[in-house]
Design a protein around this ligand. Structure first.
Ligand code: SF4
Length: 256
């Protein structure tokens, strides 16, 4: 006799669970727990380097002033699971790099993350690590280390087009890190979440880009402090970035 161990669970592999069965109830409990955890985490009171490459400065003002996103656009549990999984993939890649002989430090001696703070603490960044030595691969150490775990489509695009063209937000992030931490090279690692394949890219500091990003950060912080909104990135709400923006309703219903 064959037993269906999945019988009645309403679980179908590869598909989100729906309905009222045990699997749907388990997932609802997990999502509620993660959402509650997030609600108890104080929001950032600073502009993070990881966001400075966001093309719309007005959106960044909304973010750092903690404007509530439009209804239905809040960060959901699915996104929280993806964020947390990203940290686990990062630890895996770090282990593999160390096994290959790279002296990768992901925390200071006191256990804290490598970071910078500027503008009285209103602009900050936390780098994933620093490689202080390693095999002779044509890189002068030290190099900052930044890691991202990407889905296959996003990873393939990165491999094809490079960081600056494919992932300008990550490119901006590492430019700001290099400028403020005074290290001229970043070793960027991207893990393909579907296959665990790794891609590495060496990114050099571009002082002009870093200065422009720093100036942008100052403009955003000034606007936030004075209660102003910066200009919209587009002239109409059907612009592709606005269609994906969690503040679109708030933004386009505002006067200016
Ligand atoms: S809706 Fe468009 S213009 Fe407004 S904040 Fe979002 S991205 Fe910027």
């Amino acid at each position: 006799m064959l037993l269906d161990l999945n019988h009645g669970s309403d679980f179908i592999y590869g598909r989100p669970t729906q309905g009222e069965g045990p699997a749907a109830r388990i997932n609802a409990l997990i999502d509620a727990a993660l959402t509650a955890e997030r609600e108890h985490t104080p929001p950032r009171d600073y502009l993070g380097a990881s966001r400075i490459g966001e093309p719309c400065a007005r959106r960044l003002v909304y973010e750092i002033t903690h404007a509530p996103p439009d209804e239905g656009c809040e960060v959901d549990a699915a996104a929280l699971r993806i964020f947390e999984a990203g940290h686990l993939f990062e630890r895996l890649s770090a282990r593999w790099l160390r096994a290959a002989g790279f002296d990768l430090r992901t925390e200071r001696r006191d256990g804290s993350q490598f970071s910078f703070s500027a503008a009285g603490g209103r602009l900050r960044g936390h780098i994933d690590g620093v490689i202080v030595d390693g095999p002779a691969i044509g890189i002068a150490w030290p190099a900052l280390w930044e890691h991202k775990a990407l889905n296959a489509k996003s990873w393939n695009d990165l491999v094809k087009r490079g960081l600056a063209a494919s992932k300008p937000i990550y490119f901006a992030q590492v430019q700001l890190y290099m400028a403020y931490l005074e290290v001229e090279t970043t070793f960027f690692t991207a893990l393909n979440k579907d296959t665990q394949a790794l891609h590495h890219e060496v990114v050099a500091l571009d002082p002009a880009q870093a200065q422009a990003l720093s100036d942008k950060a100052v403009a955003i912080l000034r606007a936030a402090e004075s209660g102003e909104l910066l200009p919209r990135i587009a002239a109409a709400s059907d612009f592709y970035l606005c269609r994906a923006c969690p503040y679109a309703r708030r933004c386009w219903e505002a006067g200016a």
